[in-house]
Design a protein around this ligand. Structure first.
Ligand code: MTE
Ligand code: MO
Length: 310
C-alpha cells in the first residue's frame, strides 16, 4: 500500500503529469525513493491501529481508526447527532448515480458516475480533516483530483467558481424534513482552489468504497479548509461567473464564511479555533494555519485579508 502525505509533495511535483501517483505505475518504494518521493507503506488497512504512524510537520499524524471515521460524522441530512449518519444513511441509494455538470463548461451533461470514474486516475491520500467544531481526524481517502474532472469538462473563460450540490430527497434523507439548514446543502470553491492538486473528490476511504455516512458515492475533500466545505453525496457541479453561496454561510453569515480556511488566529465568534481535539485522543493539539497545508496553498491567498475573508 502506497501512501503520500501531502506535505511531502513539493509544489514542483504538483503537475497534471504526476502519474507516479497511479497505483499501477508504481513498481515499489524503491522507484519512488529514486524519484525523490517520500512513500510509506501501511498494511493492512483494516488494522489501522497497528499501521506505521504517519508523521506530518510538527504533529504526529496517526490514522484515525476506521471505526471513528465511520461512526462520528456530520451529515445533517441524516440527523444532527454525530451517531445519526451511521444509523440512518443506509437509506441512501448510491447506484445508479448521476452527476449533472453544467454552467460555464464546454461539455455540460448528466454524467453516469461509473462512466466518469473509468476516466479518472484514482489515488490514495491521507489528509487531516479539521471540523469547525474544533475536532479533527486523519483519514486515508481514495479518490481523484477534482482538476482531472474539470479538465475533462473544460470550464469556459467566464468560469471563476465551482458550486457543488448534495442530493435532495427527503425520502432517503430524513434530516431534510426539518429546516435545520436550507436544503439542498450547497458549497463552493474559487476555480483556482478547485483546480489545486490537493483538492480531491473522494469515492472511498480505507481502501474501500465510501461509507454512506461519509458521503457516498462521491464527496469533496479540501484538506486546508474547515470540514463543512467537504460537501457529501454530490449530484451537481456547476461552473459559475459569480461566487456561489454555501449552506453554513447562508445559515449564519457572521460565523461561517465562504473561504473557511483553517486559521488558528481567527476565532469563531463563539469559540477559539487555536486548538483542536484529534478524535481518539484527550490532549488538545495546536491548530496549524491552513490545517498544516500552508506550504502548498498559502499562495492562493496572497494579498488577501484572511480576517475579512474568513
Ligand atoms: N451534504 C453535507 N455535506 C457535509 C455536511 C453535511 O451536513 N451535509 N457536513 C460537513 C461537515 S460540518 C463536516 S466536519 C464533514 C464531516 O465529514 P465526515 O463525516 O466524513 O468526517 O462533512 C461536511 N459535509
Ligand atoms: Mo464540520
Amino acid at each position: 500500500m502506497l501512501i503520500r502525505h501531502p506535505e511531502d509533495l513539493p509544489s514542483s511535483e504538483i503537475t497534471p503529469e504526476s502519474t507516479y501517483l497511479r497505483r499501477r505505475t508504481f513498481i515499489g518504494a524503491g522507484a519512488a525513493v529514486a524519484a525523490g518521493v517520500a512513500v510509506r507503506s501501511l498494511s493492512p488497512w483494516t488494522t489501522p491501529a497497528s499501521a506505521t504512524p504517519l508523521r506530518g510537520q510538527d504533529q504526529d499524524d496517526e490514522l484515525t481508526p476506521f471505526e471513528d471515521v465511520t461512526s462520528y460524522n456530520n451529515f445533517y441530512e441524516f440527523g444532527l447527532d454525530k451517531g445519526d449518519p451511521a444509523r440512518n444513511a443506509h437509506r441512501l441509494r448510491v447506484r445508479p448515480w448521476t452527476v449533472k455538470i453544467d454552467g460555464e463548461v464546454a461539455h455540460p451533461g448528466d454524467y453516469e458516475l461509473d462512466d466518469l470514474l473509468r476516466g479518472m486516475t484514482i489515488e490514495d491520500r491521507v489528509y487531516r480533516l479539521r471540523c469547525v467544531e474544533a475536532w479533527s481526524m486523519v483519514i486515508p481517502w481514495r479518490g481523484f483530483a477534482l482538476r482531472q474532472l474539470l479538465d475533462r469538462v473544460e470550464p469556459t473563460s467566464k468560469a471563476r467558481f465551482v458550486e457543488f450540490t448534495t442530493l435532495f430527497d427527503p425520502a432517503q434523507m430524513p434530516g431534510q424534513r426539518r429546516a435545520v439548514l436550507r436544503w439542498p446543502y450547497v458549497e463552493g470553491l474559487r476555480l483556482d482552489e478547485a483546480r489545486h492538486p490537493l483538492t480531491l473528490i473522494a469515492t472511498g476511504l480505507y481502501e474501500q468504497d465510501l461509507p454512506k455516512q461519509n458521503g457516498a458515492p462521491l464527496r469533496l475533500v479540501v484538506p486546508w479548509k474547515y470540514g463543512f466545505k467537504s460537501i457529501k453525496s454530490i449530484v451537481r457541479i456547476r461552473l459559475t461567473e459569480r461566487q456561489p453561496r454555501n449552506s453554513w454561510n447562508i445559515a449564519a453569515p457572521n460565523e461561517y464564511g465562504f473561504y473557511a480556511n483553517v486559521n488558528p488566529e481567527v476565532d469563531h465568534p463563539r469559540w477559539s479555533q487555536a486548538r483542536e481535539r484529534r478524535i481518539g485522543e484527550f490532549r488538545k493539539r495546536r491548530t496549524l494555519m491552513f490545517n498544516g497545508y500552508g506550504e502548498q496553498v498559502a499562495s492562493l491567498y496572497a494579498g488577501m485579508d484572511l480576517r475579512k475573508n474568513f
